[in-house]
Design a protein around this ligand. Structure first.
Ligand code: BTN
Length: 291
């Protein structure tokens, strides 16, 4: 039976066996401060092996650059996966792009069109942010003793996806959407019929069903990245790039710099043409320039 609440057993049994075999801890909370905080703690407690949790609500959801992530009860998907990745720490900056690619591809797979990525990994639908990814490195190569492997880094990959949240929420500053708000606005109801449930007399998206697909694809995708490396992903990421050939703006030493987006480099940095000179951004925020 479909449920409006996140169901631990349903989600667990819907994950692929490859994913389940990676996990030593799995939980679904009705409330937590931050799923990323929980996963870091669990990784520290267990030493090695993957951990995964979801929560109905976060009271201190973390966003990038110290921002908070609005996480009301029962509306969206918030999950964190703590894992060890065998990669030199220098290559880990590309991990965030890889997670974005697998999130974008998973959305396409379930039938969502017009998905784009804003470097490095914000997921946009119809030019509005629908999901964010926060990757926190919690170990360093020095911790390899715990697993005995070379170049093993412990990371927590946290993903927040707006699913059923209504657009009248006043808590988010920048343009955003939820999957349900876009389904209704674009008349995609029939396309998503298999994902809909009725709750309190209203149609909602079944988060259990969606979580199984999205989490499996992201975890299996990151396992693939550990084997093939970022070369495999550059062209795929570029297909989703929402900034390429658009006027973009970023901050450098507290100055607002405007340029034209030119896509990513072989190592995942963003290239911006500023008055004929290419600037290479390793981190920071880039947005479309409105004026
Ligand atoms: C961003 O700023 O775009 C990243 C947002 C990441 C939010 C998710 S929700 C699940 C996980 N737990 C957290 O505290 N943050 C991430």
């Amino acid at each position: 039976m479909s449920s409006a609440r996140l169901q631990k057993e349903i989600i667990w049994s819907g994950l692929s066996s490859k994913v389940r075999s990676q996990l030593v801890e799995f939980d679904v909370f009705s409330e937590i401060d931050s799923t990323n905080r929980w996963a870091s703690q669990m990784m520290a407690d267990h030493g090695c092996g993957g951990v995964l949790c979801l929560s109905e609500k976060q009271t201190a959801g973390r966003g990038r650059y110290g921002k908070s992530w609005y996480s009301p009860f029962g509306e969206n998907i918030y999950f964190s996966w703590g894992c060890e990745i065998e990669k030199p720490i220098e290559e880990l900056s590309t991990l965030s792009l890889v997670v974005g690619v697998h999130l974008a591809k998973a959305f396409e797979k379930i039938g969502v069109s017009n998905i784009t990525l804003k470097w490095p990994n914000d997921l946009f639908l119809n030019e509005k942010k629908i999901a964010g990814v926060l990757i926190e490195v919690i170990g360093s190569p020095a911790l390899t003793k715990t697993s005995g492997k070379l170049n093993t880094v412990q990371v927590v990959i946290g993903v927040g996806i707006n699913i059923n949240m209504r657009s009248d929420s006043e808590n988010i500053a920048k343009p955003w959407c939820s999957l349900l708000s876009e389904i209704e606005a674009n008349g995609w109801e029939q396309r998503f019929e298999n994902y809909m449930i009725e709750h309190d007399g209203r149609k909602k998206i079944c988060r259990n069903k969606l979580a199984k697909v999205l989490i499996t694809d992201i975890i299996e995708g990151v396992m693939n990245f550990a084997e093939v490396g970022f070369d495999f992903y550059k062209a795929i990421w570029s297909r989703f790039d929402c900034l390429k050939n658009r006027r973009v703006v970023f901050c450098e030493n507290q100055n607002r710099i405007v340029g034209v987006g030119r896509g990513i480099s072989a190592s995942g940095e963003y290239l911006v043409d500023v008055d004929g000179q290419i600037k290479t951004l390793k981190y920071g925020e880039l947005s479309v320039a409105l004026n």
